[in-house]
Write a protein that binds this ligand. Structure first.
Ligand code: SF4
Length: 250
């Protein structure tokens, strides 16, 4: 997480924040997590594994794992050694395997094998911090939480939507700034915008759907912008992929 981020931007006005979410909503009306999962338990495991790793890398490792393990009991039966074999391509896999086994045991012993919906209970699980709890609460249970990852931290600062020096500061500003009707999907809209358009090294400002309201003072220019703009490119990136598996009702 880049804790140092240029704050050389104009703070976004309330009217422009509404426009920003209107436009991101036009691009993707129903944004979804790019992590693959089949139920709240596998979502929790996937999010724990995704710390400092890409969703693509986690999905590669969990695709086979979740075919045989979709409950805490099955995870304990698999065991830490076998789990490591499945996730050894993911960074920090030794620590993550220990945490997944420990959190599975806690779920069985203290939560009737179910993933808790409550923030404090989630954060009491091994390997689960505020960001992971926010993702699980949002994706599995539909709470309007915003987990500030590296993409949201960057977009919040560059655009002037929610400037802050720490992820917690950005999260706090987003909680106040995001219009109530946009809070449920704000997390994924901002992540996907950061992942595919407002990229870390070279943001694609000429193709950006919020360029005119973005407060970033160092917008990039391309000699030959990609045809089709943000909507076409994000849809191209996401549209050909199978949607993450999810349980009915999620
Ligand atoms: S205009 Fe550039 S800096 Fe601003 S949100 Fe778009 S890509 Fe990011």
């Amino acid at each position: 997480m880049p804790l140092e981020m240029s704050l050389d931007c104009d703070t976004m006005k309330k009217a422009d924040i509404a426009i920003l979410f209107d436009r991101l909503s036009d691009v993707l009306p129903e944004p979804r997590s790019e992590l693959e999962y089949v139920n709240p338990y596998t979502l929790l495991v996937a999010v724990v594994l995704s710390a400092q790793a890409t969703d693509v890398g986690v999905n590669k490792a969990t695709r086979e794992l979740f075919k045989i393990v979709d409950t805490p009991e099955k995870m304990l039966a698999l065991g830490e050694g076998e789990l490591k074999q499945h996730i050894k391509t993911i960074g920090l896999f030794n620590t993550k395997a220990k945490n997944v086994i420990a959190l599975s045991r806690r779920l069985i012993n203290d939560f009737g094998s179910a993933v808790p919906e409550d923030r404090d209970a989630l954060q009491s699980l091994p390997g689960v911090g505020r960001k992971t709890a926010n993702v699980v609460m949002n994706v599995a249970f539909g709470h309007p939480t915003i987990a500030v990852d590296t993409h949201i931290f960057r977009v919040g600062n560059r655009t002037g939507l929610a400037p802050g020096k720490t992820p917690d500061a950005v999260e706090s500003k987003l909680e106040k700034a995001v219009p109530p009707g946009r809070k449920l999907h704000a997390h994924h809209w901002l992540i996907l915008h950061g992942r595919y358009t407002c990229k870390a090294r070279k943001p694609e400002c000429p193709n950006c759907c919020i360029r005119d309201i973005c407060g970033y003072k160092a917008k990039t220019t391309f000699e030959a912008p990609l045809a089709g703009g943000t909507k076409a490119r994000v849809k191209k990136k996401l549209g050909d992929k199978p949607r993450p598996k999810r349980r009915a009702g999620l």
